[in-house]
Structures are given as structure tokens and as C-alpha cells.
Design a protein around this ligand. Structure first.
Ligand code: ADP
Ligand code: MG
Length: 698
């Protein structure tokens, strides 16, 4: 038997069991030994029944004396009762509600290990365990030799009919008949981090040594856990580092960045860039000048000024006689970019175009022709830009805004419209750097961590639904002072119709009853592109005072005079999304406000709202969101080339991820020897490539 042996050939695993194991993704011996217990139980407190005290957790080994399914009343509850004795002069009672099935499991005379909290039974005066964990022991099995009692035992998630107990037996059998495999981690790293060897870690993961700390085990931080989690992350990070190194030698465009280009940028800039904007542009410019395609992620909180940086990058491309595509997830955002860039580039004489799905066939055809002929320098658009028949004459730079709305595939698709163009991806949902480098695998990361000067932090309030009147009077006061406001109905896509109705109703209420005589606009996904633009432009010019909207404005809209954001039914939305919405205000020098209106909240909802009220830091909020929702939902399945880790959890184990990443980088860039590196590449290829989706690492 070795690591690659299929489980179906392991003693005690026939085809039916193999199928059950397979349903958990366990096919080989290697899969099984990586199947970590989801918790551990301390069964070392082994006591005779007569010595038990109510309130303690204890393990008892005893014989089943009597069993019965409860009497008339209690039968309806499925109450199953059993008594146990161990010759120590006392009786222990066990009770299970909905325990009918136990009538077929437990029978008098069996030897059994019970584990649970000891209580005092008010009916009989006996000692009682309610719903104890139990295991029927084989004859002759005792605490010394048992895998299941008298020690800290692993608890596994069952797989079909394979119980946690069966897993324990199976894992133990495999561990005993497997020759200790070699340690895949480089010796130097093992030593530097004082990690236990692979084989020791695997054994202690399943059967912790005597004296191990239960809390550390259950927090997945025992030395064995650390080592095995580190393994997963280290090999992934090595793969990513290799992949990135490979991309760096691929041939791409080398944009020239000379004084003329610098002059153009200076001429365009409407204000002095922040220090962060300067630093990030330098990173981008260096990438663009290099003769390899740029793959860079620009992370910055809402309002940090990403668009300006993107515009600077666009100038570098255009001045080198290349075209620039700006891809945005919604028509509103695409036309906003169009509008913003057209203004910025007017002085430079660039032709800026827009292509969106709702354009008529004729309009589309016209724009596509201009793109193909190279007459448009910068073209903003939505998914419509991805269509087959959109051909560029000389695409040199692709800018993708709000990355989380686009999948990796779409990014690749867009890149194919040029010859190895540079790619700049922007996102307003910032996450810690190491996490970003892991999730967005092949991207380098730049961070805008400074807000443009003169901003006042947005004040956020939570208001209950039945207090809307107060919100109205507040709106009125702000509008009287010359400000503008958004009122948003966030929607989940499929509920668009419902939200639209609510938004329409609110629009009527505000325009007819609360603010008669004021221009109150209504914006939603069903409007034509022209109508959307008309409403948005009215709002930008300050004629429309209050903009009632569904979530279409979530990303990117930029109207500095708007200072109030009212979000209805805020409890139904993710933190990151609410933060995005809030980021539509606080863009000017006036004090801005965000008012979160909710119905009754559950605990999780209250936690989310509190996070927003207390913090305006996008990094902090994204992290909370990640923790609350978990990486799968946070990044979406479509988005992430996120590998399924067995033991590691990139959110819980970020500290280990950091260490693994820096170790991997120095290992790949400065391997102890070329032979070590070759071995590592081969190991990744054999063991991790498929799972991590690392196509061609070496
Ligand atoms: P985001 O990062 O959310 O996309 P934007 O690019 O929309 O942010 O910028 C937010 C606002 O800040 C815009 O009104 C923009 O013109 C303004 N802005 C950007 N950079 C600066 C700067 N250096 N100084 C002052 N205002 C700036
Ligand atoms: Mg933006």
C-alpha cells in the first residue's frame, strides 16, 4: 500500500464503502489521510459510574443493562432510555429523544463506551447522560488499546454509512500498514520553522499524542495542523510564484514612457495626485514599460481615486498609438467612465467611445466600425465589448473595473482581442494583500491606501423602518442646504421586479408628497440607455435633487455634491455591497451621511449593520464580510479559481498563508539548489497541479 492506492483496495473497504468515500472526494489513501477530523473530544476522563459528579464531562465504560422505548406519552417523543452498569455500585441512565432507531442498535449485555455531560435525573434520582456519544466496544477492547476511548479522539464528518468510529478504524488501519512516506517539504524550511515531519503530523492529526491540548486541536492550531495547513498553502504559493515568473518572460508590448507622455499626463490631471496614486502609477508604468504583458490588480477602497490612475495608464497606451478598452459591469458605470474619461481627455484630443448592450444594432455597428478602424482611442463598455465581432485595430491596454463582477474567463477573452495587451484590473473590495495574491493567482497587486485630501469620514446611522418620517425630514434639510441624495432599494437580481415596484412607490411618495416641486429622479435597470443617461446627467448637473434607484448605482457612480445615501432594507445585503453603496457619497468636502433603514434584525444582521456604523474602512469591512460569509460565497464560485483546500481555510488561517507565501517566494526565487527546485516542481506537478488548477507550472 502507498499513498496512491485506491481506497477500494484497502481491507474493509468494499465497493459500496468506496462509493461513500468517493462522495466526500476520498479516492486514494492520500485523500484519506488528509481527511481532517472536524473536531476532537477529550475522552481521557475515564471514571467508574460511582465516581461521576453532575456537571462534568466524562467517559464511562459499562454494560448495557436495560433498554426501552418510552411509554405512551413519551413514545410520541421517541424517547429511548437505557441503563448502564459497570460493577461500581451505581447505575447510569441514558436518554435520547427521537431515539427510536436505537432500539435496533443497543441491547442488553453489550459493552459500551459513553461520553457526555453528567446530569442528575429529576425523575429517578439517578445519574444521567442526555444524548451521550457512545460506541459499542468489541469484546476485549479496553481503554488502553482502544482508538475510541481513554484518549483524545478525532471526530470525523460521516460519509453515508461510514460513521466517525468507522473512519477512526479505517484511518488507523491505513496509518499502520503504510510505510512512512518521505517528507515533501524542503529540509531548510522544516528546520527554520521547526515543523514536525510530514508523517508525524499526519499521525498526530488523527490521533493526538497524550497530553495534547484540546483547545489548540479544536482551533486547528496544533503543531500537526500548522504543518499540514502550511503544506497546502506552501505548494499552492510555489505554484503561483512559478506561474507568475513564467508570465513575466512572455512577450508583450513595451510602452515607451518619455517626457512627451509625462507632459500629456500632467496636462490631463485635474488635481494633484495623492501619494498613493503616484506610487501605484509608478508600479503600473514600470509594468507597461516592461516587454511583458502586465497583469495587475489595483485595489482601493471606494472613492480612493482608481479611475484617475486608470486614466494615466490609458494615456501611456494611447501616446504609444495603442487603443484602450475599459470594461465595466453595468451600463451606468460604463457610461459614467465614458463621460468621465471624455472630459479628462478632451484637452488631449482623444476620441472616446461607448459600447453597451442596449444600443441599437445600427449604433453598435457604427461603433464597432470605429473600433476596428482604430478611430476610437479609448472605448468604454459592458459585456458588449466581449462579443465576437468586436475587433480592435491595435488594442494595447485592457482596464477592467470592479473585477468581482467578471470571471477569470472573461478577462482572458478580452485579452484575446489584442496581441498580448497589458491588463489592469480594478476592485473596490479590497482584501489583505496575501489573500489577493492567492485568490487572483496570476495578478500582481497594487493598493491605493490613501483617500484624496479634504474628505470627511461619512457618518453612518441605523434607522428602523417605522422611523422613515425622520429620514424624510433629514433629507429635506440637506436638500434645502443645496445637497443631493440617493435613496436606494438594493435588490437581489431575481427580485428586480419587486424592488422596482418599491422604488416606484418611493419615488411617487417623495416627488408628490414629501418634496412636491423638487425634481426627484428614478433610475433602474429597465430604463433604456438614453433614459438612464438623461436621469444621471440631470443628477450630475444638480437639477435632480434626489435620485431614487435600485442597485444599478452600486458601483462607480461619482457625483461629489451628493451627500446623503439612504439604503432601504439594508439587512438583506452583504457588507461589501453596502459599503460600495455608501461609497457613492463622501466624495466632496461636505459632511456626508449614510442611513441604513432596516426591519427587524437577527443576530447576524445586527452584526453586519454594526460593522458598517462603526467603520468606514473598506479593508476592515471586506474582512468582516469574508469572515461572516466565508470565502466561497464572498468570492462567488464563478470568480474564483479558488482551490478547495482540505485542511487549510484561507480566511481562518491567514497567518499561516502569509508565512507560506513568503517562504514559497524565497524558495522559488532563491532555491537552496537547482535540484531542490526541480524536485519541488515535479512534486507540485504530481500532487497539486490538478487540484489547484495550476496549468503548466514548470
Ligand atoms: P474609485 O476609486 O471609487 O473609483 P474615483 O476614481 O471615482 O474613485 O474617485 C473618487 C472621486 O475622487 C472622484 O470625484 C475623483 O475625481 C476624485 N479624485 C480622485 N483623485 C483625486 C485627487 N488626487 N485629489 C482630489 N480628488 C480626487
Ligand atoms: Mg470606480
Amino acid at each position: 500500500m502507498d499513498l496512491s492506492t485506491p481506497l477500494v483496495y484497502v481491507k474493509g473497504v468494499g465497493p459500496p464503502r468506496a462509493a461513500a468515500l468517493e462522495s466526500k472526494g476520498l479516492r486514494t489513501v492520500e485523500d484519506l489521510i488528509a481527511y481532517a477530523p472536524f473536531r476532537y473530544e477529550d475522552r481521557t476522563n475515564l471514571k467508574p459510574i460511582s465516581r461521576l459528579a453532575p456537571g462534568e464531562m466524562a467517559t464511562v465504560i459499562a454494560e448495557v443493562r436495560t433498554t426501552r422505548l418510552g411509554g405512551f406519552q413519551r413514545r410520541r417523543l421517541g424517547l429511548f432510555e437505557a441503563t448502564f452498569a459497570d460493577g461500581s455500585n451505581a447505575v447510569l441512565l441514558g436518554k435520547w429523544f427521537h431515539g427510536e432507531y436505537l432500539a435496533r442498535v443497543l441491547e442488553p449485555g453489550q459493552r459500551i463506551a459513553l461520553f457526555g455531560k453528567v446530569e442528575h435525573d429529576a425523575y429517578s434520582g439517578d445519574l444521567l447522560m442526555l444524548h451521550p456519544e457512545f460506541e459499542i466496544l468489541d469484546s476485549g477492547e479496553d481503554a488502553e488499546s482502544s482508538l475510541h476511548i481513554g484518549r483524545i479522539v478525532p471526530i470525523y464528518e460521516a460519509a453515508g454509512k461510514i460513521t466517525t468510529r468507522a473512519f477512526r478504524t479505517l484511518v488507523n488501519r491505513v496509518l499502520e500498514s503504510l510505510a512512512a512516506p518521505g517528507d515533501p517539504l524542503p529540509e531548510s524550511i522544516l528546520r527554520r520553522l521547526s515543523l514536525p515531519g510530514f508523517w508525524q503530523a499526519v499521525r498526530e492529526l488523527h490521533f493526538p499524542p497524550a497530553g495534547a491540548d484540546l483547545r489548540t486541536l479544536n482551533a486547528s492550531r496544533s503543531p500537526a495542523h500548522f504543518r499540514l495547513i502550511f503544506d497546502e498553502f506552501f505548494w499552492l504559493e510555489c505554484g503561483l510564484t512559478l506561474k507568475r515568473a513564467k508570465a513575466r518572460v512572455r512577450e508583450g508590448i513595451s510602452f515607451e514612457l518619455n517626457d512627451r507622455v509625462r507632459e500629456k499626463i500632467k496636462a490631463m490631471l485635474p488635481f494633484k495626485p495623492t501619494g498613493a496614486q503616484k506610487r501605484v502609477l509608478a508600479e503600473i508604468a514600470r509594468d507597461m514599460a516592461a516587454p511583458h504583458p502586465m497583469h495587475r490588480l489595483l485595489q482601493g477602497d471606494v472613492g480612493s481615486g482608481k479611475t484617475l490612475v486608470a486614466a494615466e495608464a490609458a494615456i501611456i497606451a494611447v501616446e504609444n498609438r495603442y487603443q484602450v478598452a475599459v470594461l465595466a459591469p453595468t451600463e451606468i458605470l460604463a457610461s459614467q467612465h465614458h463621460f468621465y474619461l471624455k472630459n479628462l481627455f478632451a484637452k488631449l484630443g482623444y476620441a472616446v467611445g461607448l459600447l453597451v448592450g442596449s444600443y441599437s444594432q445600427r449604433e453598435k455597428k457604427q461603433i464597432k466600425k470605429l473600433i476596428a478602424e482604430g478611430l476610437l482611442h479609448v472605448i468604454a463598455g459592458t459585456h458588449a465589448l466581449l462579443e465576437e465581432d468586436v475587433e480592435f485595430r491595435r488594442l494595447g491596454l485592457v482596464i477592467i473595473d470592479e473585477q468581482h463582477r467578471f470571471g477569470v474567463m472573461q478577462r482572458l477573452h478580452m485579452m484575446e482581442k489584442g496581441v498580448a495587451p497589458d491588463v489592469l484590473v480594478m476592485t473596490a473590495t479590497p482584501i489583505p494583500r496575501t489573500l489577493a495574491l492567492t485568490i487572483y493567482g496570476d495578478l500582481d497587486v497594487s493598493v491605493l491606501d490613501e483617500m484624496p485630501p479634504g474628505r470627511k469620514p461619512i457618518k453612518t446611522y441605523h434607522v428602523a423602518e417605522d422611523q422613515l418620517e425622520r429620514v424624510y425630514s433629514f433629507l429635506k434639510k440637506e436638500v434645502d442646504n443645496g445637497r443631493q441624495a440617493y435613496v436606494v432599494y438594493p435588490v437581489i437580481e431575481e427580485k428586480e421586479a419587486q424592488a422596482l415596484k418599491a422604488a416606484e412607490k418611493m419615488h411617487r411618495q417623495l416627488s408628490e408628497i414629501v418634496f412636491p416641486g423638487l425634481d426627484v429622479g428614478l433610475l433602474h435597470g429597465r430604463l433604456s440607455a438614453d433614459d438612464k443617461e438623461a436621469v444621471m446627467n440631470g443628477f450630475k448637473r444638480g437639477e435632480v435633487k434626489i435620485l431614487v434607484s435600485t442597485t444599478v448605482i452600486e458601483v462607480g457612480v461619482d457625483v461629489p455634491n451628493a451627500s446623503v445615501m439612504v439604503i432601504e432594507q439594508a439587512e438583506r445585503f452583504g457588507l461589501a455591497q453596502l459599503h460600495q453603496l455608501r461609497g457613492r457619497v463622501g466624495r466632496g468636502s461636505d459632511q456626508s451621511y449614510c442611513i441604513l433603514v432596516t426591519g427587524k434584525l437577527n443576530d447576524a444582521g445586527r452584526e453586519r449593520i454594526r460593522t458598517l456604523v462603526e467603520s468606514v474602512d473598506g479593508f476592515h469591512i471586506a474582512e468582516m464580510d469574508l469572515r461572516l460569509r466565508g470565502p466561497g460565497e464572498f468570492f462567488g464560485t464563478r470568480q474564483s479559481g479558488l482551490p478547495a483546500f482540505r485542511i487549510g481555510n484561507i480566511v481562518r488561517d491567514q497567518d499561516i498563508l502569509e508565512i507560506a507565501r513568503s517562504e514559497a517566494e524565497s524558495f522559488v526565487n532563491n532555491p537552496p539548489s537547482q535540484d531542490d527546485l526541480r524536485k519541488a516542481v515535479a512534486y507540485i506537478r504530481d500532487h497539486w497541479q490538478r487540484r489547484y488548477g495550476l496549468v503548466q507550472v514548470g
